[in-house]
Design a protein around this ligand. Structure first.
Ligand code: GTP
Ligand code: MG
Length: 215
């Protein structure tokens, strides 16, 4: 059974925050090339096309901040966005896009691995899962690898607008159950929609709770 000592249970901490300033701070193929100013980082990862860049834009209330596309494989570098001059959102490339060449897939895997293994400023990794799908093997393997690396993570089910409330709820519950076959307890789980902005307040509040905790 995987166990995570770093799960953040913060219900007792209060405080409501907003993202008022967000700007692109740079793209890099490795941690060596990330912005020079060291600040806490909150990164977004998941399969290609799951909605990482759209979620970053939704959180920042800026549709043009991160590049999005209906075709998978859009984000290919580590992208830093400076938020409120005090922390970074990091938009990562997606894993598991089958239509890429083998060389490209290996490049992307290296970039992701380099970031996860070397970014000392990473405070929380948000793993995005498509709310319409049962847990995919590649996502499960990725999430379980985070246990081995000791990286604190939180799960966000994306595209929540695409299912009705009952179907959404039963898929989320089903996927939580699947994860509990491997994990003793689960990290916080959010449902989001970049279309309707569902989950925005909860995710931003959560980030600020983590920031309070590490101060
Ligand atoms: P890569 O950068 O290729 O790894 O993809 P990504 O995970 O950054 O996905 P991206 O944000 O580019 O979105 C992929 C597609 O999903 C786009 O066509 C988005 O418009 C769509 N999409 C993203 N989020 C949502 C959502 O919440 N609801 C709906 N209906 N569509 C979404
Ligand atoms: Mg992207």
């Amino acid at each position: 059974m995987l166990k995570h000592s770093a799960f953040v249970h913060l219900l007792q901490i209060h405080g409501e925050m907003e993202i008022t300033k967000a700007r692109f701070a740079g793209s890099a193929a490795s941690v060596a090339g990330k912005p020079g100013t060291k600040l806490p980082e909150f990164a977004f990862i998941g399969r290609s096309n799951v909605g990482k860049s759209s979620l970053v834009n939704m959180l920042c209330n800026n549709r043009d901040l991160a590049k999005t596309s209906s075709k998978p494989g859009k984000t290919v570098l580590i992208n830093h966005f400076l938020i409120n001059e005090e922390w970074y959102i990091v938009d990562l490339p997606g894993y598991g896009y089958a239509n890429r060449s083998k060389t490209e897939r290996e490049q992307i895997s290296k970039i992701i691995e380099n970031y996860l293994d070397n970014s000392r400023e990473l405070e929380m990794l948000f793993v995005l899962l498509d709310s319409r799908l049962p847990l995919q093997k590649i996502d499960l393997e990725f999430i379980n690898s985070l246990g081995e690396k000791g990286i604190p993570f939180t799960i966000i089910f994306t595209k929540g607008d695409k299912l009705g409330p009952n179907a959404l709820n039963s898929m989320v519950e089903r996927n939580k159950k699947s994860l509990l076959e491997y994990w003793e307890e689960l990290p916080p789980v959010f449902v989001a929609s970049s279309r309707t902005k569902t989950g925005r307040k909860e995710i931003i509040d959560y980030i600020y709770k983590v920031l309070q905790l590490i101060q």
